[in-house]
Design a protein around this ligand. Structure first.
Ligand SMILES: Cc1cc2nc3c(=O)[nH]c(=O)nc-3n(C[C@H](O)[C@H](O)[C@H](O)COP(=O)(O)OP(=O)(O)OC[C@H]3O[C@@H](n4cnc5c(N)ncnc54)[C@H](O)[C@@H]3O)c2cc1C
Ligand code: FES
Ligand code: FES
Length: 1333
């Protein structure tokens, strides 16, 4: 079949509008064409780019609506499809969709970068199920990451659509807040009332499915008379061929045997992106209905290879409901994995054929299909044939594989039979949306009526380069009885046969080996249970189980069998309502929606990269070092410069001013200090061209020594970034002499910011006076401005930085944006063109660094009643290759280490290590979350030694009365004690502690743990110059007011809070007020929006400006007290009264004398306490979070919805730090974890099943605006309550197993750590195996 040289027209619809692409490029994805939809990972792993695709099913003729991640959708695949994006769903200009309204009004948006994706996932769910179940909601949102909100409010908005959600959020408490009338605005004003509603559900417009966009009639007509012609789309490098008939497909495959079939593109797409695989021809069978045929027979089910995994799930579920249980063993095992495999979007896109043929070693379905004896129906022009989906096929042996010209038409999966049992197992870093570490499919067939093994198959994924079959072991076990002896032998054989090399992909070798046998043990028990059901009385020698270790299969051991089900979180948020006398118009203290909430939800909120392309704009991409420490010997750009569209290369030589500092250069010169250090930048017409050019650049290096990656190596080489920081009180040496001591080590891993919006900047050079406009995603525009000024050697006053909003910062956009801004500005200056620089997720993670990993050593001296007499902590943090904020982080760490405890004899020391890793930087909490984990671990260790519960030790050593910190700053801990007591109360801690103990007695393989953690968190910078802010308020002649201040909107709602302040001060509704952006031209010399004090200091500045204006207006108001705001403004203008004022706040005089170890570094403290309960699976290391209760002292919250949002978001981020987020490096210092697939931030299913947050009823702090407190960071550390609950559960397991209860604390407490800490006969087997093999 000849391939036409001209492209066909590609026809599809976007939001009801017809799109005709005459030159569709197969390499272009739908994401590249959309604006409201966001790029955050490019790999299908975050859901930010979700849209809904609607297609008519060629077989059923029904219209299918499904969510997809557009970063993996080639536009060519959209022929005949209708795409609905967030803009098509509703808009602020026309009509909001209920999903958009509710997510915004439920406070489900903070930075708003994830919101369009969330909206589209929820919208698609409602298109298919207008009243979904809560489980369906959880499933639909499982693939959408949010780094800000902690998901609770997003779920709350979704739940308003659910069948079950008609009740009040106080489910189970016996009292309904709605009955109490707490929901209307008048009752919100009742004094000392506690509110539990953050939004008024009754205000929401109903969902009306008849209002939705219809499937375009033109597309209906197209599908009624489907085009049978082959369609061809030629791109620059790739041709897409989409045949209209099966015959043509086979003909094309014969002609282009090397061309892959492209279905979901979820395997091909990421490989083409990250591994640079280029396929010049792609064959798309999207229009071939033969690949979607499903047929049921008496002995099995045949499913078309083109069916999506979501369709496969539905087909299997239907079959399971129709057939007797014994026939559906394999189907149920597949269904189990189809629930957790990837996300809803990926399951919608990925095809069964693509999944099988990709043969990923981690494949969740192939191990089950293999043991279930599935067969593959292959077709080519030559005819059809069947091959088994066997271990040889999975290993890719040519003799058992498809021939190049063959395609997979369908898959046959036989029914299971009586006496046959099939199970699936899987363990991943977290429950949802995570690739498995190890998975397995297991099947056993018994001789009828016996427990004699007739057939056995076991396959594992994740343990080698392909799915591995334990064929030999299985053969050797045939004829054996299903008993303990068989179990022991099977485990030994499996360890022998499934031999992971010492180094396996992703590491975790011992853990994986342990899972290999633990899974089999689970299977053993499961089957035993099933057998018991099948034969009564059963001749199996159950007595065989009465071995030494496992006296009987009692309920205690059966806990091994239960998986953790996904549960939709419930919870209550409590806060104090405003005073009943507060005017209704005054918004302070009320749960006002985020100012941009609706714009986030409609996709109208403009982020840096949404700024439309400007005239003559060029794109920049960065070239980074691939060596950890080396001399640059040569750079060959020749091939790169030949790439069409490449305009220039920017090197250090092009910098007219200063190239950073001597120790921290913007662009490397001669030498590189880490993998990921920026060496130069390529400028091209498009982003794609710039990236292609980078691949062609050749750099030769000469390695230098010593290369240092770890803290331990840095200590060995005496490699430090700054002098030691130390605080001391009492006489530590003397105190140690009289008490018992523990000496221990604690390891806390680093953390990636994973803000959803990666670093991005647009620099626009102006034609006059070297002026530059810079649009940048930063927490510190003044720093960007200053850095660009010194880099270009032009005065600061020529440079204007604009920040409209930032898609999450968390500290990661304080220092780094200046580097990107400066490099882009050099490019703009050199080329004379506007330059756009948008970092890929991979580059962002590689280059920017994150939270400092910490290694802590402590020595603690205590009495046997738990009183701590002396504590000596020495901490080392990994600063990376330049100083950045490492010295400051060390200082904060030391200042905050004491947390809530009064210990008379203390010594804290800290040092920042210089290593060959990218420089680590500021991150929410600034050292506190890492350091205080050492302190709390020490408390737990003392408790274990004293045989007392940790909460007793905490209480015993907590500050009780007005006192002084280790740095002699006086403070009153009253609110700390209140938070602690309320948290114990609210969580029914003591009762639940007993219940946990009861549970643990009854369950051997599952253990529960509970922990309550107090917190004293100091806010602010320890430097006086940071405690200042300015604001500029203009009143225009129509009465509208423009507020500008020095803070940046990062999602934390600072602009909303500022308008609440201005509204109160000017006594006008918020609707009169507006904030446009943060701009260095409006408010100069701003400080970074960080350290939790953004709203405190800027709020005071806004207040000051408003008060100045009001003072000016006073005479006019007095003269006409009944007048309107507009009349007063008009009069003021007539009378030549200035309607513009600058407000200024000269804040706290922070001071710290490190020589004396004394100071008043912090304006105030935020107190809090959190209690968490978890359950762990000792056999896999998985855990579920049963409940969390947080009590936080917010004083008089400016906006309880925003503050609770900050607490919840920070808590979940902290939980990620302490449980799942793990940075992995290669031995050469290359960061492996560079995307959401390898780096696991919490997903929606990680939210505790019950999640309650209370703001402590008002206390006062005189220093801040309206006595509010900054809550941006503090919640982070409370995530450690989950960590300590996990370690509590692990300790319970160890105690029962008679192993030492104390163990080295390592964060994050990943499944790997938990599993290996819960040592048992299986870990022992693995260690013995390692020892002797
Ligand atoms: C974010 C993300 C998360 C994921 N998580 C998981 C997970 O948790 N567990 C898991 O097991 N997998 C996971 N996957 C992998 C996913 O299951 C596979 O990528 C997917 O099933 C491949 O199907 P596809 O239709 O997209 O294949 P494509 O990418 O379109 O094609 C893949 C390959 O299959 C070949 N092919 C496709 N159909 C046929 C056919 N009919 N005949 C012959 N050859 C064919 C193609 O030639 C190509 O080589 C994940 C993927 C992503 C992107
Ligand atoms: S899933 Fe597409 S950008 Fe992340
Ligand atoms: S609001 Fe979800 S990522 Fe910011």
């Amino acid at each position: 079949m000849p391939c036409p040289s001209r492209s066909d027209e590609l026809v599809f619809f976007v939001n009801g509008r017809k799109v005709i692409e005459r030159n569709a490029d197969p390499e272009v994805t739908l994401l590249m064409r959309l604006t409201g939809t966001k790029y955050a990972c490019g790999r299908g792993g975050c859901g930010a780019c979700t849209v809904m695709v609607s297609k008519r099913d060629p077989t059923s003729q029904e219209i299918r609506h499904f969510s997809v991640t557009t970063c993996l959708v080639p536009i060519c695949s959209l022929y005949g499809a209708a795409v609905t994006t967030v803009e098509g769903v509703g808009s602020m200009k026309t009509r909001l969709h209920p999903v958009q309204e509710r997510i915004a009004k439920s406070h489900g948006t903070q930075c708003g970068f994830c919101t369009p994706g969330m909206v589209m996932s929820m919208y698609t769910l409602l298109r298919n199920h207008p009243q979904p179940s809560e489980e369906q909601l959880l499933e639909a949102l499982g693939g959408n990451l949010c780094r800000c909100t902690g998901y609770r409010p997003i779920l709350a908005s979704g739940k308003t659509f659910c069948l079950e959600s008609n009740g009040c959020q106080q489910k189970g408490t016996g009292k309904c807040c709605l009955d109490l009338g707490e929901n209307d605005s008048s009752s919100l004003g009742r004094k000392s009332d506690i509110c539990t509603e953050l939004f008024v559900k009754e205000e929401f417009q109903p969902l009306d499915p008849t209002q939705e966009l219809i499937f375009p009639p033109e597309l209906l007509r197209m599908t009624e008379n489907p085009e049978k012609r082959t369609l061809t789309f030629h791109g620059e490098r790739v041709t897409w061929i989409s045949p209209g008939t099966f015959k043509d497909l086979l003909e094309l495959k014969a002609k282009h045997p090397e061309a892959p079939l492209i279905l979901g593109n979820t395997s091909l797409g990421p490989a083409m992106r990250s591994k640079g695989c280029l396929h010049p021809i792609l064959l798309s069978p999207a229009r071939i209905s033969e690949l979607n045929v499903v047929s049921k027979t008496n002995d099995g089910l045949t499913i078309g290879a083109g069916c999506s995994l979501a369709q496969v799930k539905d087909i299997l579920a239907e079959r399971v409901s129709e057939l007797p249980e014994e026939k559906t063993q394999t189907y149920r095992a597949l269904l189990k994995h189809l629930k957790s495999l990837a996300s809803q979007q990926i399951r919608n896109m990925a095809s069964l054929g693509g999944h099988i043929i990709s043969r990923h070693s981690y494949s969740d379905l192939n191990p089950i299909l293999a043991v279930g004896n599935a067969t593959l129906n292959l077709t080519s022009e030559e005819g059809t044939r069947r091959i088994p989906l066997s271990e040889h096929f999975l290993a890719g042996l040519a003799s058992a594989d498809l021939k190049p010209e063959e395609i997979l038409e369908s898959v046959y999966i036989p029914h299971s039979q009586k006496w046959e049992f099939v199970s699936a197992f899987r363990q991943a870093q977290c429950q949802q949306n995570a690739l498995p570490d190890v998975n397995a499919g297991m099947r056993v067939l018994f001789k009828e009526g016996t427990d004699i093994i007739e057939d056995l198959s076991i396959t594992y994924g994740g343990v080698g380069a392909a799915t591995v079959s334990a064929h030999k072991s299985c053969q050797q076990l045939l004829g054996r009885q299903w008993d303990e002896l068989m179990l022991d032998e099977a485990c030994r054989r499996l360890l022998d046969e499934v031999s992971l090399p010492g180094w396996a992909p992703g590491g975790r070798v011992e853990f994986k080996r342990t899972l290999v046998v633990s899974f089999f043990f689970k299977f053993y028990l499961q089957v035993l249970q099933e057998l018991k059901k099948l034969i009564k009385p059963f001749p199996v020698p159950v007595s065989a189980l009465n071995s030494r270790r496992y006296p009987e299969i009692s309920d205690r051991f059966l806990s091994a069998l239960e998986d953790f089900p996904g549960t939709v979180p419930q919870g209550v948020q409590r806060y104090q309502s405003v005073d009943s006398h507060q005017p209704l118009q005054d918004p302070v203290g009320r749960p006002v929606m985020h100012l941009s909430g609706l714009k986030h939800a409609t996709g109208e909120a403009e982020f840096c990269d949404d700024i439309p392309m400007v005239d003559k704009e060029l794109c920049m991409a960065l070239v980074t070092s691939t060596r950890a420490y080396a001399k640059i010997i040569s750079i060959d750009l020749s091939e790169a410069l030949e790439i069409p569209g490449v305009v220039d290369v920017i090197t250090a030589k092009d910098i007219p001013g200063t190239n950073g500092t001597e120790d921290d250069k913007l662009l490397a010169v001669d030498e590189v200090l880490c993998v990921g250090q920026i060496i130069f930048a390529v400028v091209a017409e498009t982003d794609v061209q710039a990236k292609r050019a980078i691949e062609k650049i050749k750099i030769t290096y000469e390695e230098l020594e010593p290369i240092i990656f770890t803290i331990k190596d840095a200590i060995k080489h005496n490699s430090f970034l700054c002098p030691e920081k130390k605080l001391e009180q009492g006489n530590i040496e003397e105190a140690f002499e009289k008490v018992d001591q523990i000496v221990e080590e604690v390891h806390v891993g680093g953390q990636e910011h994973f803000y959803m919006e990666t670093q991005r900047v647009l620099v626009i050079p102006k034609t006059e006076d070297k002026e530059l406009d810079i649009y940048v995603s930063t927490q510190d525009p003044a720093h960007v401005q200053k850095t660009v000024s010194s880099t270009l050697n032009i005065p600061i006053n020529r440079i204007t930085c604009h920040v409209k909003r930032v898609g999450g910062g968390f500290g990661g956009k304080i220092g780094r944006p200046a580097v990107f801004g400066a490099i882009a500005a050099v490019g703009a200056l050199k080329t004379g063109h506007p330059i756009r620089l948008v970092l890929d997720r991979e580059d962002d993670m590689l280059i920017t660094g994150g939270r400092h990993p910490l290694f802590g050593k402590y020595k603690v001296g205590f009495m046997n009643n738990g009183r701590i007499k002396a504590l000596d902590i020495e901490c080392f943090i990994n600063g990376g290759c330049t100083l950045d904020d490492s010295e400051l982080v060390t200082e904060f760490l030391i200042l905050k280490l004491e947390n809530a405890y009064k210990i008379r004899n203390l010594r804290f020391r800290g040092r920042a290590c210089l290593t060959n890793l990218p420089s680590n930087t500021a991150f929410r909490g600034f050292g506190f979350p890492q350091g205080t984990l050492v302190t709390e671990s020490c408390i737990t260790a003392v408790a274990a030694k004293c045989g007392l519960p940790p909460e007793k030790i905490r209480e015993k050593n907590m500050y009780r009365t007005v006192d002084k910190t280790i740095y002699k700053q006086a403070f009153n801990p009253e609110s700390l004690i209140r938070c602690w007591n309320e948290c114990l109360d609210a969580s029914s801690f003591h009762n639940r502690r007993k219940q946990v103990e009861e549970f643990n007695k009854k369950n051997y393989w599952k253990k529960r743990g509970i922990a309550v953690i107090p917190m004293k968190f100091s806010v602010g910078f320890a430097a006086t110059s940071y405690h200042q802010a300015a604001a500029l308020v203009h009143i225009y002649t129509d009465g509208s007011v423009l507020v500008t201040h020095g803070g940046n909107e990062l999602g934390q709602g600072i602009h909303t809070k500022m308008l609440q302040v201005a509204s109160r001060e000017l006594k006008i509704p918020m609707s009169h007020l507006h904030i446009c952006e943060t701009s260095t031209a409006m408010v100069p010399n701003t400080i970074a929006t960080a350290a939790s004090v953004g709203a405190d200091i800027n709020g005071k500045a806004v207040q000051n400006a408003c008060q100045i204006l009001l003072k000016r207006l006073e005479p006019i108001i007095k003269k006409n007290p009944e007048g309107t705001w507009e009349e007063w403004i008009e009069a003021a203008f007539e009378q030549r009264i200035s309607l513009s004022a600058t407000g200024y706040f000269r804040g706290y005089k922070a001071f710290m004398d490190w020589e004396k170890g004394e100071g008043d570094p912090f304006p105030y403290y935020v107190y809090g306490a959190a209690c968490s309960e978890v359950e762990i699976d000792c056999l896999t290391g998985a855990h579920k979070k049963i409940r969390t209760d947080i009590v936080m002292d917010a004083c008089c919250s400016l906006n309880p919805a925003i503050d609770i949002g900050q607490i919840e978001g920070a808590f979940i981020q902290g939980m990620g730090l302490y449980t799942t987020e793990e940075l992995k490096y290669s031995p050469e210092g290359v960061l492996y974890s560079r995307g959401p697939d390898e780096y696991k931030i919490p997903t929606i299913s990680d939210v505790p099943e019950e999640f309650n947050v209370s703001l402590l009823p008002s206390s006062q702090t005189p220093l801040t605006i309206y006595s509010s407190k900054g809550l941006g960071e503090s919640g982070m550390f409370l995530g450690s309550s989950v960590f300590f609950a996990i370690t509590d559960a692990v300790a319970a397991a160890r105690k029962e197993r008679d192993i030492a209860e104390d163990f080295t604390v390592k964060s994050p407490a990943t499944p790997e750590w938990v599993r290996m800490a819960c040592a048992d006969r299986f870990t022992e087997m693995v260690w013995n195996y390692c020892l002797f093999s």
